[in-house]
Structure formats: C-alpha cells, structure tokens
Design a protein around this ligand. Structure first.
Ligand code: KDG
Length: 322
C-alpha cells in the first residue's frame, strides 16, 4: 500500500482473543475451547476486507502471543495493521463465551480486559495523517464504555477523519457488562449526533430508549443526525434508511446458529461494503442479512464471513464446494 493511498474504511477499537467453550454448561466444567480473533471493530475490519474493501485497523495490543494472534488474523485478510500499537507493559484482552447455561440456547460473555493494552489506546497515539486517508471511520459504543482513554481516542479519531471528508460510522453496540443504560445514553447520543452512518440492534434500542418497534428505532437513530441508519432485528431481519432517503427492509435469512456472537459486526461490514461499492439499498441490506446469517453458522465472530465471490455464489444459489 502506498503511503497516502485512500482507505475505504478504518475501524478503531479493541481486539480481543475469544475462548469459545466447545461444550455447553458452566465454565467450571468446560475443558476445551475454540480460540478466535474477535472484538467488534476488528470483526468489522476483517469482514469488510474479506468483502473486498481496503481497510485499516487502529488499535493497541500487548507485545504478547495474543497480540500476535490478533495482528496475524487481521493481516491474513489484508487488513492494514501498520497503526496497531504494541504495548510492552499491558496484556492483550480476552473474553470467554459460556454456552447454553444458565439459559438454554443463550451464550454469555465474560471479559478479562481490565487494564488491557486495547483499553489503553490514547488520542496521543493516533496518526492524524493516517486517519485523513479514510473514506469511512467506524467506531462503536464498546470503546466509549471500556475506558475514558479509549473513548477519547475514538472521539478524536472521528473528528480528525471527518475533517478530511470521511463519513463517520457508529454502531451503538450496547454491552450490559460494561455499563448501565443511564451511563451509556448520553455518550451514545453524543456519538450519534457526530455520525453520518448509524447502526443499532432493536434489542439495544429497546434497552436504551424503550422504543416500541424497529420503525421507531430507525426514526430515533435518524433524529440524531445520521443520513444512513440501520436497525438489525435478529430473526426479524433489518430495516435501513438509505442516504437518498428511502427506507428498505429485508427479511432475515434462516441460520443454523452455531455462534451468534459477532453476527452484528458481520452484518455491519456488509452494509459498509455495499455503501462503498454503490450497491442498491435493497441489495445492500439483503446481502448484509445473508452475511450475518452465514456468520452465525460458524464458530468464532468473523470466521464465517464470506469473500465477495463466495457471497455472490451463495446469494445466487450457484455455490459449489471446491
Ligand atoms: O460483537 C462481538 C463482540 O461483542 C465481541 O467480539 C467482543 O468486542 C467485544 C465486546 O467488547 O463485547
């Protein structure tokens, strides 16, 4: 990549190594785990790169084996990691997924990220010239919740990128383990007023604003200012306000759910790809729902996200295993 080449997308946020329990039940009895690269903004970076965008990921990882794992996973899909800071003193954060316990069919996430390298990225570590190369800068509410330093870095990155014309994309991504709705609401709303592209799940919109339905959630998101707003509704599909003012809907694509964690990020990476490539709004949303569904069928947050060629063959029913 040449020094000043434009990047379709830069994402900023903490990468985490995921330990997904291989068996259902309380973790005290789980003996084996699948290990994957994860973290919402890294998932979006990997997904968009796999779908063909030029992508950079800004983050901070420990100078440890897990940091190597995250950087290697990003690079394997062509994500530029030149602005990932290596922290000598701080460890790379991890999370563990417990499955099917205590509620059948549900997973819960346990974080081990306090004081992690990724949570300590500061605004002073940002490279303004790099941020100015972004067409879209994507951040999420997770960074606002994780630490004041990371929140400030995410806000600064969005400011700098927008000064040179980047569109700011923000996914609400409310995480109840990180903060309360009352703590989240003002920060999330401030981020939405700065964003041109907004993502929120219906579940998060209900938790934060007690909206009645997806239409109300979309209207609320747009009322903060974004001209492109997307509400994902799990098994009920998604609804999107496109930049030309049209509202489109897509049904969900049935999934054989193996691991729903990260499906929202997979969905988001496809929406950003469609926007960048100028796909019609209906096609963008349908493809995004398909990508989210495929991602749910594979263990790991981003492992199931297809390449663009694979996506097209799956969408047109011409998939042939090679
Ligand atoms: O969207 C998936 C993420 O929730 C997962 O990768 C972990 O980034 C993560 C977080 O902070 O919840």
């Amino acid at each position: 990549m040449t020094v000043d080449a434009r990047l379709d997308l830069i994402t900023l946020g903490e990468g985490l190594v995921e330990f997904g329990a291989k068996t259902r039940g309380p973790l005290r009895r789980v003996r084996s785990y699948d290990v994957h690269a994860a973290g919402s903004e890294l998932n979006v970076a990997i997904g968009a790169a796999r779908l063909g965008l030029k992508v950079g990921w800004i983050s901070r990882v420990g100078a440890d084996e897990f940091g190597e794992l995250l950087v290697a996973a990003a690079r394997a899909d062509g994500v530029d990691t030149s602005r990932v800071v290596r922290a000598e003193e701080d460890p790379t954060g991890i999370f563990v997924v417990q499955r099917g316990y205590p509620v059948d069919g549900e997973s819960s996430l346990m974080y081990y990220r306090a004081g992690s390298a990724g949570s300590r990225l500061t605004a002073s570590e940002l490279d303004a010239a790099y941020l100015r190369r972004a067409e879209i800068l994507h951040t999420t509410g997770i960074s606002l919740a994780v630490s004041p330093e990371l929140a400030a870095a995410a806000r600064e990155a969005a400011d700098v990128a927008s000064q040179s014309g980047a569109r700011r994309s923000f996914d609400v991504n409310y995480r109840a383990k990180l903060w309360t709705p009352d703590a989240a609401r003002p920060q999330v709303e401030a981020a939405l007023t700065q964003a041109e592209i907004a993502f929120c799940s219906l579940e998060d919109a209900r938790t934060l604003w007690a909206v009645a339905d997806a239409e109300a959630a979309l209207e609320l998101l747009a009322s903060f200012g974004p001209d492109h707003a997307v509400v994902s509704c799990g098994r009920d599909g998604a609804i999107m306000l496109a930049p030309d003012g049209t509202v489109v809907r897509s049904a969900a694509i049935p999934a054989n759910v193996v691991d729903p964690t990260g499906a929202g990020d997979a969905f988001c990476s496809a929406v950003l790809t469609g926007l960048t490539r100028g796909w019609p709004a209906e096609v963008t949303l349908q493809r995004a729902c398909l990508v989210g569904s495929i991602a749910c069928g594979v263990a790991g947050d981003n492992d199931g996200i297809p390449t663009l060629d694979e996506l097209e063959r799956i969408a047109s029913n011409t998939w042939v295993s090679r």
